[in-house]
Design a protein around this ligand. Structure first.
Ligand code: ADP
Ligand code: ASP
Ligand code: MG
Length: 469
């Protein structure tokens, strides 16, 4: 059993879908395969714009739905013989009519809950999986289309839903027919009470890993538009190159710190069953890509990659009254957690006079208000300084297992950035020593990533560098 996931660019148009069919045929089909697909590229963003427009009483969401129709119909016309188009065209029209009705409800009522947002966003994967399934039938790839909402059960956190693995695994094992080829929409799931939820932006990777773990697949392959996980974001660093092998932990840290090619929660379900993960390029299938396992072959470089998260806000709590007082950190985290804010990074100065946390820019104001309220009395008696918010920052992280044995990496990192006048606002080292992360101004981030990448990866000869990667 193999599970394969194809992302938005891999189903972006008829040509890309034919390319997937070619990849599947190479896999000595028939063997048991589950193929998970994302929405066609750009579609989830279009759906988000539909509900945003509708709730603002802007009727131009109709035009967006029209564009969605054109996009899917064009693919159908190019992929499916004319005389077979009627059913799938009818299905696409039906799905879009449902979408239109929901958007109209939002438009009329001016009300938009997370549950409705999830429902609206689910149409991207419902549409793409329907088109892909029929297209494959006409490519000699008979298949069974399923709805992932019948298998993947989550909590009520509609937009970033947490999977109930026990129930989900049981349903997948019990219900999933033993078809040679199953097509499943990624991203979408349902709550206990049967409402549509989604697994977070980029969540189709996670859908695929849930299927892989439940079915104890031989391997999970995630197919995208790059040759695997790179030493840095290829959009920011021209010299970035594909990494041959990574451990689960390294891949998870690179993903968590911004390597978009892999959605961070994807790794966890694979670890228990030791299912290897391959990252491959749909448009360059002969490239080996990146292999992610528990114990990768040892490379020569202790650092595997440089990642970056942009649009970060830093919040610092400081004050002489914080020294030696127990419970301050707990109050700080509780106040932020109550607002459902995700913290990327925590650092405390050794004198205990300040604690700095990092979160998404858009949550900065909310965190500032929550902390100012929580510490109002302490601020009034000057034990704690007014809470400080610094928006528009970036976190840059270097990641690699071997850093544990190698002293001086942090020093090299600071001196390179210092000699180029890049100010480091905060530093944290993961307890595992697998990662060192720093915070710099957003405007400095691309330069910082390039400087670190050049110094850790390009200093060696090309040949050595290839072996390391
Ligand atoms: P998909 O739609 O297939 O899920 P994504 O857009 O989510 O694809 O992820 C692939 C993109 O991730 C690449 O096109 C690349 O620009 C970006 N990316 C960012 N960091 C990295 C990295 N370290 N390695 C590879 N790709 C990266
Ligand atoms: N279509 C969803 C998104 O754009 C899920 C995914 O592509 O993984 O976020
Ligand atoms: Mg993705």
């Amino acid at each position: 059993m193999l599970v394969l996931k194809f992302g938005g660019t891999s189903v972006a148009n008829a040509q890309a879908i034919l390319q997937i069919a070619a990849v599947l045929k190479e896999k000595a089909y028939p063997q048991n395969m589950v193929v998970v697909v994302s929405a066609m590229s750009g579609v989830t963003d279009m759906l988000v714009s539909c509900y945003q427009k509708a709730v603002q009483h802007d009727a131009s969401y109709h035009e967006v739905i029209q564009q969605l129709e054109t996009k899917h119909m064009e693919a159908i016309e190019q992929l499916i013989p004319h005389s077979y188009q009627i059913d799938i065209k009818g299905k696409v029209k039906l799905l879009l009519r449902e979408l239109e009705d929901i958007c109209q409800g939002v438009f009329l009522l001016d009300e938009l809950s997370d549950g409705i947002k999830a429902r609206i966003m689910s149409y991207g994967e419902l549409l793409s999986s329907s088109v892909v399934s029929v297209a494959f039938k006409h490519q000699d790839l008979p298949n069974t289309l399923i709805d992932s909402r019948d298998y993947i059960v989550t909590d009520n956190n509609y937009l970033n839903a947490k999977v109930d693995q026990k129930k989900t695994f049981a349903l997948i094992k019990e219900r999933m027919a033993d078809a040679a080829l199953t097509i499943a929409p990624g991203f979408i799931s349902r709550t206990e009470t049967g409402k549509t939820s989604v697994l977070g932006r980029g969540g189709s990777d996670y859908t695929a890993s849930i299927y892989a773990a439940a079915l104890n697949a031989e391997r999970l392959e995630i197919w995208s538009d790059v040759d695997g996980m790179y030493t840095a974001d290829p959009r920011k660093v021209k010299a970035a190159r594909s990494i041959k092998e990574l451990s689960y932990k390294e891949a998870m840290e690179l993903a968590y710190f911004g390597a978009k090619v892999l959605y961070p929660p994807t790794i966890a379900p694979l670890v228990a069953a030791q299912i290897p993960l391959m990252l491959k390029n749909t448009f360059n299938p002969s490239h080996k890509g990146t292999l992610i396992t528990a114990s990768p072959a040892a490379g020569q470089n202790s650092i595997k990659g440089v990642s970056c998260i942009d649009n970060i806000a830093l919040i610092t709590l400081s004050g002489s009254g914080m020294v030696g007082v127990p419970g301050i950190a707990m109050r700080m985290f509780k106040a932020v957690a109550t607002q459902n804010i995700n913290i990327y990074f925590i650092t405390q100065s050794s004198s205990e006079q300040s604690i700095t946390i990092a979160m998404a820019d858009q949550e900065g104001q909310l965190a500032l208000q929550a902390l100012t309220k929580e510490f109002a009395q302490d601020i009034e008696i000057y034990d704690v300084d007014p809470v400080n918010l610094e928006p528009h920052m970036s976190i840059v992280a270097i990641v690699g297992n071997g850093m544990i044995q190698q002293p001086g990496i942090a020093g090299t990192m600071f001196s390179i950035l210092g000699s180029h006048s890049i100010n480091i606002r905060a530093i944290a080292q993961g307890a595992t020593e697998r990662n060192i992360s720093i915070v710099v101004r957003g405007d400095d981030a691309v330069k910082a990533v390039n400087l670190l990448h050049d110094s850790f990866f390009l200093a060696k000869s090309e040949k050595q560098a290839e072996a390391m990667a």
